[in-house]
Design a protein around this ligand. Structure first.
Ligand code: ZN
Length: 85
């Protein structure tokens, strides 16, 4: 994941609230006869080169790059006092 501002390209109203959509790997042992899970480890995150990001305002999801590009096109300036986006 990149440490860059995001801006939702769909609703264009959100720069703050996002979900990271990621895959996790969870190691487990099953009982070969009953199929029961007999042991399981904590899930670990599978790192992806370009993670999926979901906007928590409109639920749109897309590649991280789309959110970064939108923020670059329409940057938010530090001294902006208008909206709380
Ligand atoms: Zn959105």
């Amino acid at each position: 994941m990149e440490e860059k501002p995001y801006f939702c390209p769909n609703c264009r109203a959100n720069r703050i609230k996002f979900n990271l959509i990621a895959s996790t790997s969870l190691q487990m042992l099953k009982n070969a006869y009953s199929g029961q899970i007999v042991e399981q480890e904590e899930p670990t995150l599978i790192e992806e080169s370009e993670p999926m990001i979901q906007c928590r305002v409109c639920n749109y999801s897309g590649n991280e790059m789309r959110f970064i590009k939108q923020a670059e096109r329409e940057p938010r300036f530090e001294n902006a006092t208008t909206s709380m986006d």
